[in-house]
Design a protein around this ligand. Sequence first.
Ligand SMILES: Cc1cc2nc3c(=O)[nH]c(=O)nc-3n(C[C@H](O)[C@H](O)[C@H](O)COP(=O)(O)OP(=O)(O)OC[C@H]3O[C@@H](n4cnc5c(N)ncnc54)[C@H](O)[C@@H]3O)c2cc1C
Length: 503
Amino acid sequence: MVSQTSTNEDKYISSVLILGGGSAGLLAALTVKCMLPQYRVVLVHSQEIGVIGVGEGTTAVFPAHLFGTLGIPKERFYREAQPTWKQGIRFLWGERGDYFYDFGFQYDLQYPGMSKATGFYCDQECTDLNDVCAMMQDGKAFASGPLNKPLIKGEYAFHIENEKLVRCLTNIAIEQGVIIEEDTLQHAEQDDLGITALHFTSGRIHHADLYIDASGFRSELIGKALGVTRNSFSKALFCDRAVIGGWTREEEPLQAYTTAETMDAGWCWKIEHENFINRGYVYSSKFISDEDALAEFKKANPKINATRVVKYLSGRMERNWEKNVVAIGNSSGFVEPLEATSLAQIIFASRWLVELLKQQQHRATAAGRERYNREMGRAWDEIRDFLAFHYKFNTLRDTAFWKHCQEHTHLGEFQEFFEMYQKIGPAPELVNALPFKPNIYGIEGYLAHLIGMKVPFHARHEPTAEEKTLWQKHRRKSRLIASAALTSEEALAAIRKPEWSWK
Ligand SMILES: Cc1cc2nc3c(=O)[nH]c(=O)nc-3n(C[C@H](O)[C@H](O)[C@H](O)COP(=O)(O)OP(=O)(O)OC[C@H]3O[C@@H](n4cnc5c(N)ncnc54)[C@H](O)[C@@H]3O)c2cc1C
């Protein structure tokens, strides 16, 4: 099939060709089709090449986008993608060795009656600071509501097996009018203004007004065809491989959080699917060989059977929108899944693209591209800097790798923010030291890790006797809610009952 449209600068856009049918291509296709239904959206993917098959933790952006913006019915998504819930991440990390980071607020708030924000009271313990963290600590997922039903609301995320997610999104995209074809790109034709045609092995040729490169690490269009170079994140992130494996769940309780555990030359995730536990050791090949990483991984996880190694480079494209090509997903950039940020970045990229197309009356103007590249570049760089905080201050293991991280990790644009934290501590005024606003993590994200890892600051506060009593009262309130809350297994059983309603 050949659709005829030529490519001109500032030309009216009404058709989009997406190369790639992984989670990036599918989420981009659904977002464009849902928010700009008048567009013709064609997605071409290669079965021969396949999808990466990893990417199983989301942030709270994901359900909000799927159920809110895209209007995907919850019943259907739970039935087809079979997600489990993720309320946050448990870090086995830093001086304390254990703390939780959720999607709400622990530190960027001040309780009534307290003279300081919560971070000033966490010298001894940083548990039970809010209901969600108390629930995670107790192995629970959601507070109990009327008739002991789970209150599934607020800022929660998912664990989803990549294959099930891709299958579910493919079905929905087809129903929404996205044209999906199976084929492998042979070569891209181009002129000074960008791609003019894509030639596939079947002999088909595709033309479109705008091309989305969602071809994963291959970066077929933005990288190989247009030659955009990658900015490396090697000053902040030293890991470059992951060995992945898992086992069928046995008696292990289904936790409503991802675990990130410190290892000798990196860290290991634990992702909780209903019937499977997925683990992956992210490591630096400069500090450990593949064989030794596998041995350490297996020793820590004796139930693991088959494993595979994924190699990657941390970094992002210098420009994510070049000429008439926009890169989304792993083709646009990649960081390790320490905060499971990729799916959120895909959603941000897709929504921002649609927003700009609307604002620019469906034209790819130079000014629009410039704004897109500035915003996406900044988002990638903030994620890099956020992850850098995790590495620089983790003192849990005294290995060569972690010493290197403490000495050499660059905090990038957040260096001054950190220096201000050292002076004034976890105070709300820190917001003034953020390098730009709005930012992805607010000050909450940074404080969760700085306080979680007990990174010292000068402006100490000695709580009064009254504050100490109030503090314990606040924590007890969360503890009480957690003790009555429901586990993930109980919540899953509840939503599968015939009388359950999502309304
Ligand atoms: C070890 C690891 C762990 C991760 N964990 C997480 C996580 O917990 N959370 C998270 O959000 N993200 C995670 N990610 C990132 C995750 O990979 C991405 O979020 C997501 O899956 C996006 O992948 P993609 O669609 O860009 O690429 P892919 O899944 O690789 O899809 C690329 C698509 O392009 C097609 N394609 C490529 N070349 C051609 C061609 N020549 N012709 C036709 N089609 C072509 C392929 O067939 C495929 O359909 C992880 C990544 C790694 C490496």
